[in-house]
Design a protein around this ligand. Structure first.
Ligand SMILES: Nc1ncnc2c1ncn2[C@@H]1O[C@H](COP(=O)(O)OP(=O)(O)O)[C@@H](O)[C@H]1O
Ligand SMILES: [Mg+2]
Length: 371
C-alpha cells in the first residue's frame, strides 16, 4: 500500500532513479524548493550524486537495496528510462512512484509507444514490428526505402539504429542490429524536428512549454531553439498532441514528445520520454518555471508554475571535448553555462550545455510567414 503522501511538503525526501545530468538538474531544482534528494544509481560519482543529499549505489534490480531506499524516501521518480519495471513496482508497494511504471512500460518500448500514439489518434511515420529476417524484408517492402531499423528497447542518441538505403542488403542489417524485437519505420523527409514538454500535476492540471525546434547531428541533439520557426497554429497543434498523450497516460510529472514536421506540414510523432528532456534545457534560463522545477512540483503534488518564456533562447549541447569551450562561453555575458561534473570527456558524451539568451523577436520571422 502506498503511503498517502501527497503533497510531499518541502523538507521531504525525493528518491530519484538514475544519476545522470537530468537527475542532477532535478536535484538542484528540488533543493531550491527545500527538498532533499536521494539518488539510486549503479554508478559511483554520478553527476546527480554530486549535488544530492545521499546516494544508494546499487544495481537497479537489487531488491534489498530497493526496499531500503523506499523506506527512506517520501516519493520516488526516475530520470532514466531503462529502469526495470519490476523494480519500480517493488518500490511502488511502499511509496508513491510518479509517474507510474505503467507509463514507463509504454515509453521503454518503441512498439508499445508507436501503437499508443496511433491508438489515440496521433500519426507516426509508417512503421512495422519486426522479429526476424523475414518480417524485416516484409516491413521494408511495405514502408519503402529509405527506412530505419531500430531496436524496440534500450536505444538512445541514435544507438540501436541502422539506416536502410536503396542498396543496403537486408541480411547484413538484421545480423548487425542484434535485437529480438525491432521496428522498421520510413525515413521522414522532415522540414523541422520539434519537441513539446508537458508537465502534469497529481490533480490533472497541466502546463506545456512552447515547442522547441531541435537539430540533431548523427542522431544526437545538438541544438534547441525557441521560438521554433513554425506558425502559431502548428505550435498549438504540437502542444495539443503532447497534452493529449500526457492526459491519456495520466502522467504525473513530465512528458516530452518528439515530433517531425513533414513537407506537407503534418505532425508525426517520433517518440516520447516521461521525464525531463534534453530539448527542454533552455527552460532553465528562459522561463518563469523550468522543466526540472515543474517535474519536482508535479512529483511532489505541488501546484505547477508558469511555463512562460522571458526571452528567445538557443541551447547548444557540449559533447565530448567541446566542453573545453567553457572559457570562451563565459566571456559572453548572455551565455548561461551548465556543466554536469563529468570528468571523462569521451567522444559524444554530454558534458554540459550552454544557453544563449536573445532579445525577443516580437514578430514572426520571414521563414515562418512562408510556412
Ligand atoms: N523515421 C525517421 N525519419 C527521419 N529521421 C529520423 C527517423 N527516426 C529517427 N530519426 C533521426 O534520428 C534522431 C534520433 O532518433 P530517435 O528515434 O529519436 O531515437 P533516440 O533519440 O532514442 O536515439 C531523431 O531525432 C531524428 O533526427
Ligand atoms: Mg529521440
Amino acid at each position: 500500500m502506498e503511503k498517502a503522501a501527497f503533497p510531499v511538503p518541502p523538507g521531504g525526501i525525493i528518491g530519484i532513479f538514475g544519476g545522470g545530468q537530468l537527475g542532477r538538474m532535478a536535484a538542484m531544482a528540488a533543493a531550491r524548493l527545500g527538498y532533499r534528494c536521494h539518488i539510486f544509481t549503479p554508478d559511483t560519482d554520478s553527476p546527480a550524486a554530486q549535488v544530492a543529499m545521499t546516494t544508494t549505489v546499487a544495481s537497479y534490480d537489487d531488491i534489498d537495496a530497493l526496499r531500503a531506499f523506499s523506506a527512506k524516501v517520501d516519493v520516488a521518480t526516475f530520470e532514466f528510462e531503462n529502469i526495470p519495471i519490476e523494480s519500480l513496482r517493488v518500490v511502488a508497494e511502499q511509496i508513491p512512484v510518479r509517474p507510474s511504471w505503467k507509463i514507463l512500460k509504454v515509453a521503454q518500448d518503441r512498439v508499445r509507444e508507436k501503437t499508443f500514439f496511433n491508438t489515440i489518434g496521433l500519426r507516426t511515420a509508417p512503421w512495422r514490428r519486426v522479429v526476424d529476417q523475414e518480417t524485416l524484408a516484409q516491413a521494408v517492402a511495405e514502408v519503402g526505402r529509405p527506412a530505419i531499423l531500430k531496436t524496440a528497447r534500450f536505444g538512445y542518441d541514435g544507438k540501436g539504429q541502422i539506416r536502410i538505403d536503396a542498396s543496403t542488403p537486408l541480411e547484413d542489417v538484421w545480423h548487425r542490429i542484434n535485437t529480438e524485437v525491432g521496428v522498421v519505420e520510413a525515413v521522414v523527409d522532415f522540414t523541422r524536428e520539434l519537441s513539446v514538454i508537458v508537465a502534469r500535476g497529481v490533480d490533472g492540471a497541466w502546463a506545456a512549454f512552447e515547442p522547441a525546434e531541435n537539430r540533431h547531428k548523427n542522431s544526437v541533439l545538438q541544438m534547441s531553439q525557441v521560438p521554433a520557426r513554425i506558425h502559431s497554429r502548428m505550435a498549438v497543434s504540437a502542444v495539443e498532441a503532447g497534452r493529449h498523450a500526457a492526459e491519456v497516460l495520466d502522467v504525473v510529472g513530465i512528458l516530452a514528445v518528439e515530433i517531425f514536421v513533414t513537407r506537407e506540414g503534418q505532425l508525426l510523432m517520433n517518440e516520447m520520454a516521461p521525464r525531463p528532456h534534453n530539448s527542454g534545457h533552455w527552460t532553465l534560463d528562459a522561463c518563469v518555471t523550468d522543466q526540472f522545477e515543474q517535474f519536482i512540483r508535479a512529483v511532489c503534488g505541488l501546484p505547477l508554475g508558469s511555463p512562460a518564456r522571458y526571452c528567445d533562447a538557443e541551447m547548444l549541447n557540449l559533447l565530448g571535448e567541446e566542453v573545453v569551450r567553457w572559457r570562451d562561453i563565459l566571456k559572453n555575458p548572455f551565455a548561461r553555462l551548465h556543466l554536469y561534473g563529468k570528468d571523462d570527456a569521451r567522444p559524444g558524451r554530454k558534458m554540459g550545455h550552454v544557453t544563449h539568451l536573445k532579445p525577443r523577436t516580437g514578430k514572426l520571422s520571414r521563414d515562418i510567414e512562408q510556412c
